[in-house]
Design a protein around this ligand. Structure first.
Ligand code: GLU
Length: 296
């Protein structure tokens, strides 16, 4: 029986126009999909209702079409699949691995400040955010249910300690993944999800999160090869843990270097990096963009 072709995906968030960093990521996926004889899917990661906008999504699609990147199959828009994420949350809840957290940002900050009062530095996650101190982890289930029924705003957090215990009893060996190179060579990477603490899996304003949606979608779309920036390598710790807990396959991964500005900082919409649309308006051609990024 012939093996099914590899599946790659480019998964932008439509919360602004694409810049050169996105183009690099999309072109890296395009090149690797071609090299491995794979399919390339487009997924719109639009779960953040406060920041994602339909006109940005149109901009993303226009920019990708202008660059000449062709995608296979139907586009998956995350905001249309909240039921899939809910089902995953229910599965984790059934294993006793998530809990509601009612803390406001200020309450979390205050709890951490109190713990740092004695001069110790409270641990940070790989993105630099203090780990959640666990305030709501011990709320009794009926009390939590009553607060939710009364309409108290809350997020859902992964109980990291319990999740790691549960994962250690499941088949698959130590948690980790494999990075793939151009020649198809594989390098094993060990995951250390504990450094993220009790990560948020469902937010106040939307019943999912980046981590949960990306894991559910990669599995539902049959993604076999994930190609994304190095800024998401550490988050893969949580992704492989969720894959194990949800019984989902772990794809192969590849993390490309990030483009930086003159000051050495990662390109970001928030720092006003020039968008592809602006570069195009200034006369850049798709061929020039491809050449500038090393894709000739
Ligand atoms: N939507 C994410 C972003 O735009 C990418 C997610 C991923 O590739 O896993 O940064």
């Amino acid at each position: 029986m012939a093996a099914s072709p590899p599946v790659f995906r480019f998964a932008p968030s439509p919360n602004g126009r694409l810049h050169l960093g996105h183009a690099l990521s999309a072109l890296a996926n395009e090149r690797l999909a071609a090299r491995f004889g794979g399919r390339l899917l487009l997924r719109i990661e639009d779960i953040d209702p406060g920041r994602c906008r339909p006109d940005y999504e149109q901009g993303v699609r226009d920019d990708l079409a202008w660059l000449g990147i062709a995608f296979d199959g139907a586009v998956r828009r995350q905001s249309e699949h909240l039921d899939d994420y809910r089902a995953a949350l229910e599965r984790l809840a059934g294993q006793g691995l998530i809990y509601p957290c009612f803390c406001s940002r200020q309450e979390v900050k205050a709890a951490i400040a109190a713990r740092e009062g004695d001069g110790r530095l409270w641990p940070r996650d790989p993105d630099g955010a203090p780990l959640y101190p666990g305030t709501c982890r011990t709320i009794a289930p009926d009390e939590a249910a009553a607060r939710i029924a009364a309409g108290a705003p809350h997020v859902l957090r992964l109980a990291m300690g319990r999740a790691l215990d549960a994962a250690s009893t499941m088949p698959g060996g130590p948690l980790g993944w494999r990075n793939f190179d151009d020649a198809g060579g594989l390098a094993a990477v060990a995951a250390d999800p504990a450094r993220w603490g009790d990560a948020v899996l469902a937010r106040r304003e939307v019943p999912t999160s980046y981590h949960l949606s990306v894991v559910v979608d990669d599995a539902l779309q049959g993604v076999s090869h994930v190609v994304r920036g190095r800024d998401l390598e550490a988050a893969t710790d949580i992704h492989v843990l969720l894959q194990r807990l949800l019984g989902l396959p772990t794809p192969l991964y590849r993390f490309h270097p990030l483009l930086t500005d003159e000051a050495g900082r990662k390109l970001a919409k928030s720092r006003g990096s020039r968008s592809l649309a602006e570069l195009r308006a200034e006369g850049a051609t798709p061929a020039a963009i491809r050449a500038r990024l090393g894709f000739t």
